[in-house]
Design a binder for this molecule. Structure first.
Ligand code: ARG
Length: 473
């Protein structure tokens, strides 16, 4: 593409000389918004089609325009397109090249359109596609967890509060906690798609247009449900981008907590999980080490997601309606968040499928720290009729005795237990083991293996049902 130093071809009428170099540098977005080339060309093809259908331009011009745009598409895809900073952004780069290719007909494409509705259209299309990618990635992650939960529905592990052993649970139950979290992320993605599925094209600069355009036609050609309903809002709104960034931050937070758990589980001190060489790295100096770098990086990358959200919120917060150039700053945050989130979900899905679970280590830890103390208290309430507060007190004395004897609750003798409270019988040993404790927690959503399996069945069905609903949009 020729790069003359003369006045800008798009508004050359008013400006006598080209922009100062520094102006060009701060103004140009082509360095990053070239990512929108496919959406820009798609939007223009839909627009040209509508202009011809409504008689605003001739069919002959439309055909030239579409042919030219398709040529540009392949030039870009084959790396033969020369992007120019002087032409500022993707919209003007494409339009200028179109003029070179087809001559004066190119000038008719921008009828009844402005870069303001054009960029809003391109960006919505891009974000919508990214949301659909995220949707697929989250489904894969959830399926990985469902598989691990099924495999480990009755694998015992310690459940923690304050990272201190609290009560025994199953690893399957723990996995299903993540299924719940990522399913909410998935529903946030689907909600976001639903809300943003409106076409900005035809809002023009901000006020709409006097040309007899058909906005429903371009909306449907671009796969949007319907056109937006207020031209001012259309060109000044970026909440669809903010919504993507916020759901990315929330999902990132979930991924980061999981990453932190994998880091903890894979320490020799815990030894619950081991990542294969595919997801761990060695140390260049300490030959014995195997580090969970991928999990650590997922944990760290959450910071970028949060930064991108705060960045765009700050850009938008003081802007009067309608368009201001500030809004050009919306793209890099979203592009970076998208790339980061895709990578994080993929890496985490890989790790969830990859990690080997050490059942013996988990079971041993599950029994430590008198994790069945609550079961003893519950037994005293149920079988001996004690008020819970008193049962709590009796159990405390049993725990203290076990500590004194350096043993566990289920290894205390019946006589010892009877000495603390006369109502205790042999039956109590039926609840003091970790497996019995877990098995007894059959309340809805509880950790009993039968209940965990029920929740797995529920989510498998629900995942299918929601997917087929999503397909009809
Ligand atoms: N590159 C611009 C952006 O990203 C396109 C819209 C320009 N509109 C304008 N009135 N200057 O926002």
């Amino acid at each position: 593409m020729s790069d003359t130093k003369a006045s800008n071809q798009m508004w050359g009428g008013r400006f006598a000389s080209g922009p100062a170099a520094i102006m060009e540098a701060i103004n140009a977005s082509i360095g990053f918004d070239r990512k929108l080339y496919a959406q820009d060309i798609r939007g223009s093809i839909a627009h040209a089609g509508m202009l011809a259908q409504t008689g605003i331009i001739s069919t002959a011009d439309q055909e030239k325009i579409v042919h030219g745009l398709n040529t540009i598409l392949s030039e870009i895809e084959q790396g033969r397109f020369e992007f120019s900073t002087r032409l500022e952004d993707i919209h003007m780069n494409v339009e200028a090249r179109l003029a070179e290719l087809i001559g004066p007909a190119a000038g008719r494409l921008h009828t009844a359109r402005s870069r303001n509705d054009q960029v809003a259209t391109d960006f919505r299309l891009w974000v919508k596609e990214e949301l659909q990618r995220t949707e697929g990635a989250l489904v894969n992650l959830i399926e990985a967890f469902l598989d691990r939960a099924e495999e480990h529905a009755s694998t015992l592990m310690p459940g923690f509060t304050h990272l201190q052993t609290a009560q025994p649970v199953t690893f399957g139950h723990h996995c299903m906690a993540y299924v719940e979290m990522f399913s909410r992320d998935l529903s946030r993605v689907r909600d976001a798609i639903e809300r943003m599925d409106e076409s900005p094209l035809g809002a023009a600069a901000l006020a709409g247009t006097g040309f007899p355009i058909d906005r429903a036609m371009t909306a449907s050609a671009l796969g949007f449900r319907e056109p937006t309903r207020n031209s001012i809002d259309t060109v000044s709104d970026r909440d669809f981008a903010l919504e993507f960034l916020s759901l990315a931050s929330i999902c990132g937070t979930h991924l980061s907590r999981l990453a932190e758990e994998i880091v903890i589980w894979s320490t020799p001190q815990f030894g619950f999980a081991k990542l294969s060489d595919a997801f761990a790295t060695g140390s260049s100096i300490m030959p014995q080490k195997k580090n969970p770098d991928a999990a650590e990086l997922v944990r760290a990358k959450t910071g970028r997601l949060n930064g991108n959200l705060i960045g765009l919120l700050t850009v938008m917060k003081g802007l009067p309606l309608a368009y201001s150039k500030d809004m050009q700053e919306d793209k890099e945050a979203v592009f970076d968040a998208a790339e980061t989130l895709d990578l994080m979900i993929a890496a985490m899905t890989g790790m969830v499928r990859d990690m080997a679970i050490d059942k013996a280590a988990m079971k041993k830890a599950a029994a430590s720290g008198h994790s069945t103390a609550t079961d003893l208290a519950d037994w005293l309430v149920r079988e001996a009729g004690l008020p819970f507060r008193e049962a709590h007190h009796v159990t405390g004395r049993a725990v203290a005795l076990a500590d004194e004897r350096r043993t566990s609750l289920d290894r205390l003798s019946l006589d010892d237990l009877k000495a603390i409270n006369g109502a205790i019988t042999e039956q109590v040993f039926g609840v003091l083991s970790v497996a019995a404790s877990v098995k007894s927690r059959t309340s809805f959503g509880g950790t009993a293996p039968a209940e965990v399996r029920r929740q797995i069945r529920y989510w498998k069905k629900r995942l299918k049902r929601d997917a087929s609903r999503a397909k009809t949009r």
